[in-house]
Each structure stands twice: as structure tokens, then as C-alpha cells.
Design a protein around this ligand. Structure first.
Ligand SMILES: Nc1ncnc2c1ncn2[C@@H]1O[C@H](COP(=O)(O)OP(=O)(O)O)[C@@H](O)[C@H]1O
Ligand SMILES: [Mg+2]
Length: 164
């Protein structure tokens, strides 16, 4: 029997920014207190773009900038929104950031370059890997680690949102 320790990865093809917004909006609407989403992919892939769309649909008013230099920025939407970018942080430094306060808090955490702090992420989380496939085309690999994230993926699959 095939064993899935984690949910199977699905592929979402974003042909233009609006498609990335569609996925971000769906996930923002599904988000609950304690939701954690890790974002990875090269510079310019669209991690911040996704985060900005996500914030908009979580009801955050105003501008969401890349938190590369501040590491963590907090916003207020339907739920508190914690936007993190750990690109410039080592795992050792990240251990002192008190990330658990955010991850297990009452808000929603989005972590750019989450692979750097992979071992500090909650076991239950959603992961998005964004790859540039053309000027405005992006291949987004979505994987749920535990519930409700695997259920979200099954829903998106059933609704024909994923191509693979
Ligand atoms: N389909 C798409 N999805 C997301 N971003 C896109 C898309 N097409 C073009 N872009 C552009 O790609 C760039 C992504 O930059 P950014 O989000 O800052 O990347 P990262 O945070 O991964 O370094 C933005 O300028 C955005 O407008
Ligand atoms: Mg970024």
C-alpha cells in the first residue's frame, strides 16, 4: 500500500498575477487562527506577491511590503496577519525570534523562505513552492502537511483548481 506521511503535492498553474490572487484569496478565506503557510521559490518567483494578495483577501488595509529587513511584520485583518521573511536569518538566529508565539497565536503566519526554518515550523502547515515558468507564468506546487491543510488541497482538487 502506498503510504502518505504527508499530503500529496498538487500543481497550480498561474498564468498571470490574477491567477495567483485567485489561489491566495481561496486560502485567505479558508484561514483560521493558527494557520501557517510556508512559501519558497527563487527571488522574484512571487512569494511577496502571493502574500500581498493573501493579505488583501484577509482584509488587511494598506500596504504590505516585503519584510526582508524587518523579518516579521504584523497587520490586522479579519485575523491578525504575521508576514515573515527569514531570508537573512540563520536557523540559530531564527530560534531566538520566538516564532512559536506567532505560529500558535491567534493569527495567520506566512513565511517567505520557510525552508530555512523548516525544523521550527509547526508539523501542521501548508507549503507553497513557486517556480517561474515564463514572464507571467508561475508553477505553484501546493502540499498540505496534516489537517486541515490536506483537506484544503482535496477541496481545491475537487473544484478543478489544480492541474496535476
Ligand atoms: N503569475 C504571477 N504570480 C505572481 N507574481 C507574478 C506573476 N507574474 C508576474 N509576477 C511578478 O513577479 C514578481 C514577483 O516578485 P516577488 O513577489 O517580490 O517575489 P519573491 O517575494 O518571491 O522574491 C512581481 O513583480 C510580480 O508582479
Ligand atoms: Mg519576497
Amino acid at each position: 500500500m502506498e503510504q502518505h506521511q504527508n499530503g500529496e503535492p498538487f500543481v497550480y498553474i498561474s498564468r498571470r498575477q490574477e491567477d495567483t490572487e485567485t489561489l491566495a484569496a481561496w486560502l485567505a478565506n479558508a484561514a483560521v487562527p493558527g494557520t501557517v503557510i510556508g512559501l519558497d521559490g527563487d527571488l522574484g518567483a512571487g512569494k511577496t506577491a502571493f502574500s500581498q494578495f493573501f493579505a488583501k483577501h484577509l482584509g488587511v488595509k494598506g500596504i504590505v511590503n516585503s519584510p526582508t529587513f524587518t523579518i516579521i511584520k504584523e497587520y490586522e485583518g479579519r485575523l491578525p496577519f504575521y508576514h515573515m521573511d527569514v531570508y537573512r536569518v540563520s536557523l540559530e538566529e531564527a530560534e531566538d525570534l520566538g516564532l512559536d508565539e506567532y505560529f500558535y497565536g491567534s493569527g495567520v503566519s506566512l513565511v517567505e523562505w520557510s525552508q530555512i526554518v523548516e525544523e521550527l515550523l509547526p508539523k501542521l502547515h501548508l507549503h507553497l513552492y513557486i517556480e517561474t515558468a515564463g514572464e507571467t507564468e508561475r508553477k505553484i506546487t501546493v502540499q498540505g502537511f496534516g489537517e486541515p491543510y490536506e483537506e484544503w488541497c482535496r477541496s481545491l482538487k475537487q473544484n478543478g483548481v489544480f492541474t496535476e
